[in-house]
Design a protein around this ligand. Structure first.
Ligand SMILES: [Zn+2]
Length: 126
């Protein structure tokens, strides 16, 4: 279902009579409760929808009334899907050097180990 269709369905669920031309839908705005049957327009546009209330509302006001949020203005995403998906983890290091480095960096006492190593070599002067 596209976001455009989803918005029209949500408006219908609010008891609104929506006149849908396929790319533009008009109804009375559920947010300001305008009686004008064309006060609210929904425009279909490249995978998203634009909501315009010609009375006074912001698109977010209209979304609130429809129990939707701004993510619902985009196709293929519903409010139930999290927007910030977990970042894909890096693949484990492959070469022996990368593995050794990863182990080294994972050590909680890395700083202390490095200091001891430098001290054992007699510091940084030659
Ligand atoms: Zn309005």
């Amino acid at each position: 279902m596209t976001t455009y269709d989803r918005l029209i369905k949500a408006l219908g669920a609010q008891g609104k009579i929506v006149r849908d031309s396929g790319t533009e839908a008009r109804t009375s705005c559920p947010s300001c409760d305008s009686r004008n049957p064309t006060s609210l327009a929904i425009y279909r546009k490249n995978g998203k929808a634009k909501i315009v209330c010609y009375v006074s509302c912001e698109d977010t006001d209209v979304l609130d009334v429809l129990d939707l949020d701004w993510r619902d203005l985009y196709d293929e995403r519903s409010a139930s899907e999290p927007l910030d998906r977990p970042v894909k983890k890096h693949s484990p290091p492959k070469s022996p050097v990368e593995r050794a480095l990863a182990r080294l960096l994972a050590m909680p006492d890395l700083g202390e180990r490095l200091c001891r190593c430098i001290a054992a070599r007699g510091g940084d002067h030659d």
